[in-house]
Design a protein around this ligand. Structure first.
Ligand code: GDP
Length: 187
């Protein structure tokens, strides 16, 4: 199978170096109904993902080979009625809102502010604007969301879980951000 190249990251392939895979935990946060479950479902069935013995243990873990290095990414998703009381030991927070639901955007800003400013986390954070297929019901502009992401030093990405649009980019983009943080000198 030929390798595919993602927009902001390296090359995905089915052949990994012999090094042991890295293991990363990703926490998806956001209001109820914004698409966290559907996004996670697509991560699991991504064409870039290869199941291995390690991933068989958990339904929500995938193995992904990026730039010849294998990583296992495990996802958990929480509906945050209350704000986290401490900086959770994960490798990335992925905060999701729906472009059709302004309240979910406000909620995501509250979460980002809480994580960065109140809890002072330095972890990788990604802000996800989901449901981009519902163009006519859009309530949050890309410019506004991008600017918020910039304020909180997050990567910003727009997805449609329904159309499976940009979902692989979200997966690979999150992994790239995590690796960059671990190894800032890498190109
Ligand atoms: P969660 O509560 O955040 O886990 O949200 P779900 O993944 O359960 O999604 C809530 C509802 O929104 C479901 O009916 C999904 O089918 C729908 N949904 C999720 N993502 C999208 C999307 O990108 N576009 C559209 N139109 N609907 C979506």
């Amino acid at each position: 199978t030929p390798s595919t190249t993602s927009q902001d990251s390296g090359t995905i392939s089915s052949t990994a170096s012999s090094a042991a895979p890295s293991y990363f935990r990703i926490l998806l946060l956001g209001s109820h109904g914004v698409g966290k479950s559907l996004l996670t479902k697509h991560f699991m069935s991504s064409e870039n993902v290869f199941t291995s013995d390690e991933t068989a243990a958990s339904e929500a873990a995938v193995s992904i080979v990026l730039d010849g290095e294998e990583s296992i990414m495990e996802f958990c998703s929480v509906f945050t009625d209350t704000l986290p009381s401490e900086d959770i030991n994960v490798d990335a927070y992925v905060v999701v809102f729906s472009i059709t639901d302004r309240e979910s955007f406000s909620r995501s800003l509250t979460l980002l502010h809480h994580l960065r400013n109140d809890l002072g986390t330095d972890r990788t954070m990604v802000l996800v604007a989901n449901k981009t297929d519902l163009v006519r019901n859009r309530m949050v502009s890309g410019a506004e969301a991008r600017s918020a992401a910039c304020t909180y030093k997050c990567k910003y990405i727009e997805t449609s879980a329904t159309l499976n649009h940009n979902v692989d980019e979200l997966l690979v983009g999150t992994l790239s951000q995590i690796r960059l943080k671990l190894n800032p000198d890498a190109i």
